[in-house]
Design a protein around this ligand. Structure first.
Ligand code: ADQ
Length: 516
């Protein structure tokens, strides 16, 4: 097996400034009138059945859109290009929905899968969320899967593959784009079903790729890696994760003469699998204009008032699902260190923590969420003065039109993840800082920190130093903070979600050409 030095040059991803339109033009140029097929674990819409079913007045069902930035950008791409989307069904309604929006030229079909066997689905969920999620975030202590769960994981991946097979047969899609750790075996399950050549199958891994000493805790690691090598194109968030993945392939298949690892690909027999890093971004223009919208600002101010936060208080904001990888307890330790080191901050600086519950039917999450609530309540008890207390928690999703002005009003954003594939909140916060000097305090263990070199980095495992950094940088002159934001905002403007999509679509086409 060869193992050359893995240096690679980035392709020239012209045009320089990508936007929604250039991505759909890029798609047309590369794939003509062929359709895109996207597969994700979760759906891009939330279906609300009609409220009123009386024979006289029949309401229409409504579609709401979840807050996640990635699924909404892919959703808008499909509304431009047309295509198909396959997910597990997360809300009521029919098994197929035709999705269109005023102002968009195309319609796409959403296929909503429901595994027939609940035991297999439970195994799939456990393998994904109790094994892959903790191990790939390097938290082996939280692993809770059971032997046999892999069967469920394979079965649900097969269900996706069977459905994709039927759609591709009917629609002749030009490219298949599968997402994230729940669906790593779809290509492997799909290939045996098809005798004619398949369109290129791309896969994006949204979470970190761990160090080998954590991967070895996964008994099914070879099956997982083999599954990934059945894709034609593999994308990771950062060069570090790409490099670790290539190293895992070398370690696991070092003796296999059919497999060679190169800087930007793995060759397996007569197949070439492109492996690249494509840091995901946000739609900065959207966040900037939402942050400046008068109505949204008024609603954000009312929310602060409702929560008892006065306009003159220094506000720190954190926005994340209440997941253990987001470092909620470490965040409190940092605040504790801040108050101990600088008691003058008590009564003057507040943390607004917007933290919708996630996976809350799950015992690990139930106990983590209980712990976070207790820790916040004890912390508030310890540091309250009169009616003032330091941490305000909102355990629900806040719409982006209110969230963006809140980002703008906050003097700082605290991102305390102990491990995070990218972290889009960091980039959303910067996008909302037009002419503002709000400081992003970014955990060094995020993919975002690997790209945003000028950001103020903190270490959630070192609360005292992180607190000192926060204390110091909040006191910086506005001109310095604004100067830093200018540089960071230029970076997130260039490396936006559209560049991510455009680079991947271009990369898929290039990989296909090289592979033939
Ligand atoms: P997540 O772990 O979900 O994503 P993140 O990247 O921070 O994390 O994205 C969260 C998205 O949800 C953001 O768009 C944010 O605005 C939104 N969101 C979170 N809480 C919200 C709230 N209370 N109200 C409204 N919106 C809220 C996974 C990986 C990440 C990777 C992304 C994308 O774990 O590392 O960055 O995929 O690849």
């Amino acid at each position: 097996m060869t193992s050359p030095v893995r240096t690679r040059t980035k392709p020239d991803n012209s045009p320089r400034n990508w936007n929604a339109l250039t991505v759909s033009e890029c798609f047309r140029k590369l794939f003509g009138t062929q359709k895109l097929l996207v597969a994700t674990h979760r759906e891009p819409v939330i279906y609300q059945p009609p409220q009123n079913e009386s024979p006289k007045r029949k309401d229409q069902p409504k579609l709401r859109y979840p807050a996640g930035g990635v699924s909404q950008s892919l959703h808008r791409l499909l509304l431009q290009t047309g295509g198909d989307w396959i997910s597990l069904q997360n809300s009521p309604g029919p098994p197929t929905l035709s999705i269109s929006l005023p102002g968009f030229p195309a319609t796409y079909i959403l296929y909503r899968l429901s595994p027939r066997d609940p035991a297999l689905e439970e195994g799939y969920q456990r393998f994904s969320n109790d094994l892959l999620w903790p191990l790939f975030h390097e938290e082996p202590g939280r692993v809770g899967a059971r032997p046999g769960d892999f069967k469920g994981y394979e079965a649900v991946n097969r269900l996706f593959a069977e459905h994709i097979f039927r759609v591709v047969k009917n629609h002749g899609n030009g490219v298949l784009w599968i997402h994230d750790y729940q669906l790593s075996l779809v290509a492997k399950e799909l290939r045996p079903l098809v005798s004619s050549p398949l369109p290129p199958i791309a896969f994006f891994w949204h979470i970190p790729w761990p160090r080998q000493e954590f991967l070895v805790h996964l008994p099914e690691r070879r099956a997982l890696l083999e599954g990934l090598l059945d894709y034609d194109f593999l994308g990771f968030q950062t060069a570090l994760y790409r490099e670790r993945f290539l190293e895992s392939v070398e370690r696991e298949f070092g003796e296999d003469p059919r497999i060679s690892v190169f800087a930007d690909c793995v060759v397996k027999g007569n197949r070439r699998i492109h492996v690249g890093d494509y840091p995901i971004g946000v739609d900065p223009g959207r966040f900037e204009s939402l942050s400046l919208d008068q109505k949204g600002q008024d609603e954000a101010r009312s929310l602060l008032c409702e929560l008892g936060i006065a306009p003159e208080e220094v506000l720190l904001i954190s926005v994340d699902r209440m997941d253990y990888t987001k470092g909620f307890l470490k965040r409190l330790q940092i605040l504790e260190s801040l108050f101990l080191a600088n008691p003058g901050r008590v009564g003057k600086i507040r943390l607004l923590q917007i933290a919708p519950l996630t996976r809350s039917g799950h015992p690990t999450y139930q106990s983590y969420q209980k712990k976070v609530r207790e820790a916040v309540s004890n912390f508030n008890e310890r540091w309250k003065t009169g009616t003032w207390f330091p941490v305000v928690s909102v355990e629900r999703t806040v719409e982006h039109r209110i969230l963006a002005p809140l980002y703008r009003m906050a003097a700082g954003a605290l991102v305390t993840s102990t491990n995070d594939g990218m972290n889009l909140v960091a980039k959303e916060y910067l996008a909302a800082q037009k002419d503002e000097g709000g400081t992003l305090f970014l955990s060094r263990y995020t993919g975002a920190a690997q790209g945003l070199k000028e950001a103020v980095l903190i270490d959630p495992f070192d609360p005292a130093t992180s607190a000192a950094i926060i204390d110091r940088y909040l006191a910086e002159p506005a001109s310095i903070r604004k100067g830093r934001n200018k540089i960071l905002r230029e970076q997130i403007s260039r490396n936006n979600i559209f560049l991510w999509m455009g680079s991947i679509l271009t990369g898929i086409r290039e990989a296909e050409t090289k592979g033939n």
